[in-house]
Design a protein around this ligand. Structure first.
Ligand code: C5P
Length: 399
């Protein structure tokens, strides 16, 4: 399944904030994802960045003057508004937000915003006091009541030097909000899915632990794919360097036991549990309160005990269960064994020693084996795509 942005006409409204330079990066990322980005700028936005900056990146005309006969808006003043599959205003200033709230249409951006029937995401960026002002808050409330998504602002250091709420959210987050909005009508809308991700850490003492090479990328990719298809998603995440995706609830855990408690709690009323996490099978029997002295207790005498099998222990009528088998040999026979033993509907067999597969990579080559004897080999794909293939199977099992 391609990215929801692939081939999508996006209207990107840019108003006059210093954060306008970040909209150039946003336009670039959207274009790279295959979107057809029509940029519409206010005149103050052009004091910060030029139409040419956007045009060079989107390879499409930029609208800044509604009466310019050389632009599409000069010929058909609502063409961009009507073509857009989604509208994003980033950065959205207090002034642009006020105009939207009151339905003004006195420049190219406000005309487009009034004329569009597409879903709109507004990403505020302004001085902290302007954001906190009750006029701005009232206007944002009005937009929210109309079904417009208000994304941000972030808290941090602003151009004035003050620290507070008023920063434009990150480009990654803006695209995340777009994915949530675009996913609302997806084939998993109304479904709830729990995904576990990453490698658990089992403490030996306060500074040492036993873990594995799992990066969490596969689990996060499944979660993002499920979100993009409209599911309500919870990730139970072992420690890792991945940022929490927008529109997904993330429960952070460290140990197998914490993961078990979080998965059991999160799975209570869900449709599917996808255990992409590499859960430790063994943990140190005792974890020292103080750092152990080198050469003394951290030795061959480390005593281990078995963790309990999380996915095998969660079972409920109608719950779809997916497990992973990360193997370095006898891939399919090991996976078959785990499928049966853990009571799974589907197992994702993963040769983690193969080129481009497994831990840390952005791609994966898996074999999907289901409880009815079905077998699929999607080939080497980006992990996000692999996530979609797994979800295609999950959707088939849902009641
Ligand atoms: O570690 P193993 O190869 O048995 O893992 C196979 C599947 O079982 C994975 O989906 C993993 O998340 C899950 N698992 C679990 N609880 C454990 C160990 C593994 O749910 N303690």
């Amino acid at each position: 399944m391609p990215s929801p942005l692939d081939g999508l006409p996006v209207a990107l409204g840019v108003s006059g904030s210093i954060a306008a330079y970040k909209a150039v990066d946003l336009a670039s990322k959207l274009t790279q994802a295959g979107a057809l980005v029509d940029v519409v700028m206010t005149s103050s936005a052009q004091k910060f960045v030029t139409p040419l900056s956007f045009q060079s990146i989107t390879h499409r005309p930029v609208t800044s003057d509604p009466f310019d006969p050389q632009t599409e808006m000069g010929i058909d003043h609502v063409a961009v508004a009507e073509r857009a599959g989604i509208v994003v205003v980033a950065p959205a200033t207090a002034n642009t937000i006020a105009k939207m709230a009151h339905g003004l249409a006195d420049d190219a951006l406000s005309v487009m915003l009034l004329a569009t029937a597409a879903p709109v995401i507004v990403c505020p960026a302004m001085d902290g006091n302007m954001y906190a002002n009750s006029a701005t808050q009232y206007n944002l409330g009005t937009l929210k009541d109309r079904g417009i998504t208000i994304a941000g602002p972030a808290v941090g250091r602003m151009a004035s030097g003050l620290v507070g709420a008023g920063r434009l959210i990150e480009v990654r987050e803006i695209i995340g909000h777009m994915s949530v909005v675009l996913g609302r009508s997806g084939d998993l809308a109304g479904r709830k899915i729990v995904v576990s991700a990453g490698g658990t850490q089992e403490p030996i003492d306060p500074v040492r632990f036993i873990s594995n090479r799992s990066s969490g990328k596969m689990g996060y990719a499944i979660a993002e794919a499920a979100r993009d298809r409209g599911a309500a998603v919870t990730i139970v995440a072992a420690p890792g360097a991945l940022a929490d995706p927008v529109g997904v609830q993330v429960v952070h855990v460290e140990t197998a036991m914490e993961m078990q408690n979080a998965v059991v709690a999160a799975s209570e009323d869900v449709d599917a549990l996808i255990m992409a996490a590499a859960v430790a099978d063994w943990r140190p029997r005792d974890s020292a309160d103080q750092k152990l002295k080198t050469g003394k207790a951290v030795s061959s005498e480390l005593q281990l005990e078995k963790t309990s099998d999380i996915v095998a222990g969660v079972s409920r009528e109608g719950l779809v269960k997916v497990g992973f088998a990360a193997e370095t040999e006898d891939l399919e026979s090991n996976a078959q064994g785990k499928l049966a033993k853990k009571g799974l509907d589907l197992i994702v067999a993963n040769d983690v020693s193969a080129e481009g597969s497994g831990f840390g990579s952005n791609t994966n080559e898996v074999v999907l084996i289901d409880a009815d004897g079905g077998r699929e080999t999607p080939g080497l794909l980006p992990k996000y795509e692999v996530g979609h293939r797994i979800l295609d199977k999950v959707r088939g099992y849902l009641k």
